[in-house]
Design a protein around this ligand. Structure first.
Ligand code: PXP
Length: 242
């Protein structure tokens, strides 16, 4: 606990920009390699049902090019399970997915769909893929993760990122308590969504949290300072918080 905090860089939005023009620039795989040499410990990519950013061939190229672990974000569907079992990334984070949402809004209701999720967790785990559940920092969801035998949970920090003042402090407390509860039960806590230079430090300071997954802000900031600088500055904020 409280060792080096890992940084997973989510490269989805490099693909969003590429897809806006339908060509092959900017290449998310090139971005992943730059992130890796700038302080990322892993790369995260979300293959959505509608392929709005990362596509199947990106996943194939990422698996071939990366020397750091890939964390595949996926919905609990048969299609995504088949893809994950074919490529066998180091980790898979099960996320809720609704076509009409702009991004992953809210955590997975693991407590409400234990029977649906169980075969996904079991099959991924049997293939040596480290499963994580993207959940709200809520004891009922952690309880579900324990029942599902998920080795990792990732706490959705979107609410924390959007709140201000006292409400943000309260949400931070909820995340810290959830991280302690997960850790006590042998589950590795991660966190992500909406993190930026301005709000990362209190989350990075929670001693049980082992990994942060950050995308949109880092890719946006790279427009102003370059991806290498954006990732290494985030790395420095995280290191200083520990
Ligand atoms: N973690 C998970 C599970 C996500 O779904 C996302 C968004 O794709 C992130 C982290 C990163 O969020 P952001 O792009 O806001 O940094």
């Amino acid at each position: 606990m409280s060792g080096r905090l890992r940084l997973g860089v989510n490269i989805d939005h490099v693909a969003t920009i590429r897809n806006a023009r339908g060509g092959d620039h900017p290449d998310p795989v090139k971005a992943a390699l730059i992130a890796a040499r700038s302080g990322a410990d892993g790369i995260t990519a979300h293959l959505r049902e509608d392929r709005r950013h990362i596509r199947d061939d990106d996943l194939e190229r990422l698996m071939a090019a990366l020397t750091i672990p890939l964390n595949l974000e996926m919905a609990a569907t048969e299609e995504m399970l088949e893809i994950a079992l074919k490529h066998r990334p180091r980790a898979a984070c099960i996320v809720p997915e609704r076509r009409e949402e702009r991004t992953t809004e809210g955590g997975l209701d693991a407590a409400g769909q234990i029977n649906h999720l169980l075969p996904f967790v079991e099959k991924l785990t049997a293939s040596n893929i480290r499963v994580s559940l993207f959940i709200e920092p809520d004891p009922a969801q952690i309880e579900a993760a324990i029942r599902l035998k998920a080795p990792v949970v990732e706490f959705h920090t979107g609410r924390y990122a959007h709140l201000e003042g006292k409400a943000r402090v309260e949400e931070l407390r909820r995340i810290a308590d959830a991280a302690a509860l997960a850790f006590k039960n042998g589950i590795e806590p991660h966190a992500g969504h909406g993190l930026s230079f301005d709000n990362v430090v209190p989350i990075a300071a929670i001693p049980q949290i082992a990994e942060l997954n950050i995308g949109h802000f880092l890719i946006g900031e790279a427009i102003f300072c370059g991806l290498e600088a954006s990732v290494s500055k985030m790395r420095a904020f995280m290191d200083d918080a520990r």
